[in-house]
Design a protein around this ligand. Sequence first.
Ligand SMILES: *Cc1c(COP(=O)(O)O)cnc(C)c1O
Length: 381
Amino acid sequence: MYSKFQNIETPFYYYDTALLEATLKAIRDEIKPYPHFHVHYAIKANANPRLLSIIQQAGFGVDCVSGGEIQVAINAHFPTNSIVYAGVGKSDKEIIIGLRNNIFCFNVESIPELEVINQLAVKENTIANVCLRINPDVSPHTHANIITGMAENKFGISMADMEKVIWLANSLPNIHFKGLHFHIGSQITNMGDFQLLCDRINRIQDWLDSHAIRAEIINVGGGLGIDYQNPQVNTIPNFKDYFQTYAQYLHLRPHQSLHFELGRSIVAQCGTLITRVLYIKQGTYKQFAIVDAGMTDLIRPALYHAHHKIENISSTAKTYELYDVVGPVCESSDVFDINIQLPTTQRGDLLAIHSIGAYGEVMASSYNCRQLPQSLTDKDF
Ligand SMILES: *Cc1c(COP(=O)(O)O)cnc(C)c1O
């Protein structure tokens, strides 16, 4: 199937839209038993317009973390009343974009932010729908840089401040308190971590009940992980277990809806970065495969020591050798992987770097004045 890539300028992002459709279908199928569950796609994972259009048509809402993302979501025809908006540093301009578009919910992360949203809503003569983002102090088993729900992280309102902030939200005239929001981190594959979050929320809900505070919605964020080791085997995450975990362990009140903000689990596996080998270089201790993609096109390995499976899709060699696969950017961290076994590789071979659909293209930069790669889908061939 890869022979068709031979004459295309590299590097480029390749998206398998058939896999994206199958993933969206799996979510729709597995969520069906729970009509009060709603998925908002976390647009920061990948804002490629062709993917957004497919996700929008599948009927999902959207989760934004900036005014720019709200604008992109609206341009992609997501209904504004399906937009949730989180972020610790919302500017006045961004808040106004949210207010004027009457978004479903601001996920508010601090007292000063709540006060500013109220002031701006007064000025705009509107009511802001608000969830409070609570930092539940839960520590998931994932990379430290992508944990967000521990007390030491900058995100959310601490459990200790929660009571005060709920009273404040209920007292501000142009704030409508809708409920609570949580997001404990990303690339979480252990359902026990989500179960811990459920336990924490259950205790908070008991407290809400005892104070006669009504929350219409609970939003548990995203974070479901994918299999970076075996991307071609486990193409679609186990959404059944994921939704079941929440259905089983989270005790919702009869009137409540439950909201999810899934990013990586929707788009990661449908993307592949295709890159060409420029040089095989014998180092003192190492053999390098120097490729034409760099950290500017996929920064996750440099940023989080993330692992992406790399495959030589040109070589028919029967012998294998060890390589460090590195990019051309003038940074020592511009390394995709070290000491990996590939079939004997030569200049001109194409390598596929898998699972790059989430936090790949969307994080690209033009550092070193590099051109941004083009993106293609299965529909282009
Ligand atoms: C990044 C983010 C998400 C999506 O996380 P994934 O791990 O990609 O599912 C959801 N909610 C918030 C608030 C986020 O910042």
